[in-house]
Ligand binder design. Structure first.
Ligand code: ADP
Ligand code: MG
Length: 239
């Protein structure tokens, strides 16, 4: 579903990704961990060309993202959820969910609304369709953001620290939605330090440091039997 081959990214003189090779199969839930500034967000953003790699290849669903004609198609297939929810504040929750369906997918309004309501139900917010984002809690807003990404029927979902801006009591409601997505077979790449989620839901964990994948394996391998010294040090700080 996703293939990165020798992906490098440079900002000025700063080489942030130093040759990332990664294959992600359909249905995998890949968790990325690593210190702040190690390149986790940049890797994720290269997967939908929010950042264009300096060199290397990114292929999603058999489409090379450097092909400008394919890029718009690929972007609709890759949903992204950020740390900050980025909902449109002047639109109701339902309007947030129907906008891209109508504008990008050219879905008829009634159909977009029906789909929007189904997705709100799925993330446990059916009763919030007419509410405005600022009236919702952080956890609710993040669930709306997930539903909004799902409205485009993505084949892949990318999550960049989706719970790190939330109050602790709201973390689980967002992780539960993500877990149910994973159980439905969604291909997911998740940057998170939520080890419980990684262990329970992750099929594979990658440790990135200074722009390189230093270790990867099953959650048990990475968390319980880390081999790389920098990974051991990182885990000793966060666990
Ligand atoms: P992480 O998500 O692991 O914290 P990032 O991928 O956000 O790391 O950033 C990796 C490095 O790239 C950092 O040193 C950051 O300052 C730098 N960086 C990220 N985005 C940009 C940008 N748009 N311009 C310049 N430097 C950037
Ligand atoms: Mg980041």
């Amino acid at each position: 579903m996703i293939k990165l081959e020798n992906v490098r990214k440079r900002f000025g003189k700063n080489e942030v990704l130093k040759g990332i090779d990664l294959h992600i199969e359909k249905g995998e839930v890949v968790v990325i961990i690593g210190p702040s500034g190690s390149g986790k967000s940049t890797v994720l953003r290269c997967m939908n060309y929010l950042e264009e790699p300096t060199s290397g290849t990114v292929i999603v669903d058999n489409m090379d993202l450097s092909d400008k004609d394919k890029l718009n198609t690929v972007r609709t297939e890759v949903g992204m959820v950020f740390q900050r929810f980025n909902l449109f504040p002047h639109m109701t929750v339902l309007e947030n969910l129907t906008l891209a369906q109508e504008k990008v997918r050219k879905t008829a309004k009634a159909e977009a609304q029906e789909r929007g309501r189904k997705l709100l139900d799925r993330v446990g917010l059916a009763e919030k369709a007419e509410a405005y984002p600022q009236s919702l809690s952080g956890g609710q807003q993040q669930r709306v953001a997930i539903a909004r990404a799902l409205a485009m029927t993505p084949k892949v979902m990318l999550f960049d620290e989706p719970t790190s801006a939330l109050d602790p009591e709201m973390v689980h409601e967002v992780l539960d939605v993500m877990k149910s997505l994973a159980q439905d077979g969604m291909t997911m790449v998740v940057v998170t330090h939520e080890m419980g989620f990684a262990k329970e839901v992750g099929t594979r964990v990658l440790f990135i440091d200074e722009g390189q994948i230093l270790e990867e394996g099953t959650p048990t391998e990475v968390f319980d039997h880390p081999k790389n010294e920098r990974l051991q040090l990182f885990l000793s700080k966060i666990l």
